[in-house]
Design a protein around this ligand. Structure first.
Ligand code: SF4
Length: 410
């Protein structure tokens, strides 16, 4: 059985490092000004060059997203930066616009093209069409089920197919949606969705604006439009059998903690599948670990769906049991001490865990120290603190903390 690559979002250099540390086979990054994500999740080509060098040194591929719905000005920008794009050594470019496909085919024919899911490829003839245009790989539409994916893979075996296995889902078809632009002047079609489908809505009668009509889905709010998040970790054998070559994780805008947890968990599952193909079983702890990152309840999306509808989450707001405590900046093996860059408020007594690529280890928060070795009762985001530690602690590894129930907060 050929194991597909694990493809992880990397919105910046830090997330790229995190993805590589925790087991990515490949990462995808937005190229500034041309990807369907806002600037905070894009990289300048100068930064990208050093990131690609590091990634390649560890056998990890880097794909650059230029998947905007291109206007003429975008194509002009692409023409201008193409010498730099060629020079940085990307392993592929992710595109969605036919004009961009044509332009890159002419000006950068040696860079493989991957067709973005934004192109909404949903059938075998569409795959053949893009094959004729020189596309090497297609990220199929999220709306396909595994049976349809298998049929396409069998009919066009020479085309590489990639699918999303984890992350946020739209209630709009493949993200073609104006809700965010309309409500917030942030367009999903330019990669800047503010996710208003996940806001809480009330129904008002116009003459009584202070008396909302409550649509009771739970005791607090109605989430009429919001999809649960995709999670297919329990179905990796079925996905592999479908013939896809790449498993993609959504979330270039998400945190390094999300990148660490999702990468590590899917890496462990895929490695287990390689070693124990015949008697492979999904482990409950993998789902448990994915429950420790912010999520809206999980769904298998369209993977097994015949009805072609997405599952919303009327009963679930964001769920989060843990949050990042910080990232390891340094491990002094002589003094046996970790230097932590704190992300969220820490209090002595918090439940802390070091997330190693292969395991999770408890850290005693009562041993938190300042630069001079004095015990600390609290630390805040941006502080640098120390913990005595013996053992492995790679730079960039994350420490997480259990979120205390509200009543215990002070
Ligand atoms: S508002 Fe919701 S449905 Fe529309 S693009 Fe954003 S996430 Fe998707």
């Amino acid at each position: 059985m050929k194991i597909p690559e694990l493809l992880i979002p990397a919105g910046n250099r830090e997330k790229m490092h995190t993805a590589i540390l925790y087991g990515a086979d490949a990462v995808y990054v937005g190229i500034a000004g041309l990807s369907l994500r806002s600037q905070s999740a894009e990289m300048l080509l100068a930064d990208l060059a050093s990131g690609i060098k590091d990634a390649h040194a560890q056998g990890v591929k880097v794909y650059g997203a230029v998947n905007t719905f291109a206007r003429n000005t975008d194509l002009d920008l692409m023409r201008q930066i193409i010498p730099e794009v060629k020079a940085v050594g990307l392993d592929a470019l992710i595109v969605s616009d036919p004009g961009m496909v044509r332009l890159l085919g002419d000006l950068a024919p040696r860079i493989p093209l991957h067709l973005s899911t934004q192109a909404n490829t949903t059938n075998t003839d569409a795959v053949r069409f893009w094959q004729d245009q020189g596309v090497r790989r297609i990220v199929l539409a999220r709306e396909l089920n595994l049976k349809e994916i298998s049929e396409i893979a069998a009919a066009v075996p020479e085309m590489e197919l990639e699918i999303f296995v984890h992350g946020a889902m739209c209630v709009a078809y493949s993200g073609r949606c104006y809700l965010s632009a309309f409500r917030n002047r942030r367009s999903a079609n330019q990669g800047d969705c503010s996710q208003p489908c996940r806001w809480e809505y009330l129904l008002h009668e116009s003459t009584r604006p202070t008396e909302p009509l409550v649509l009771e889905e739970d005791e607090r709010y109605s989430y009429l439009l919001s999809s649960r998040d995709l999670c297919l970790i329990e179905y990796l054998p079925e996905i592999l059998a479908s013939g896809v070559v790449s498993l993609k994780i959504e979330g270039r805008m998400k945190s390094s903690y999300y990148v660490a947890m999702v990468t590590r968990t899917y890496r462990q599952a895929l490695d287990t599948l390689i070693r124990h193909t015949a008697n492979y079983r999904s482990k409950p702890e993998w789902l448990d670990e994915l429950g420790k990152i912010s999520n809206r309840g999980y769904t298998t999306g369209f993977a097994f769906s015949e009805e072609k509808i997405n599952e919303t989450s009327p009963d679930i707001k964001y769920i989060q049991t843990h949050e990042p405590a910080g990232t390891i900046l340094e491990y002094d093996a002589t003094r046996k001490i970790i230097l932590l860059d704190v992300r969220n408020r820490l209090t002595a007594g918090d439940e802390l865990e070091l997330i190693l690529p292969e395991s999770t280890v408890k850290i005693d928060s009562l041993t938190m120290l300042d630069f001079n070795g004095n015990r600390l009762a609290t630390a805040h985001g941006g502080n640098k603190v120390y913990f005595p530690w013996e053992g492995r602690a790679p730079v960039g590894a994350m420490i997480r903390k259990a979120i205390r129930p509200k009543a215990e907060d002070n």
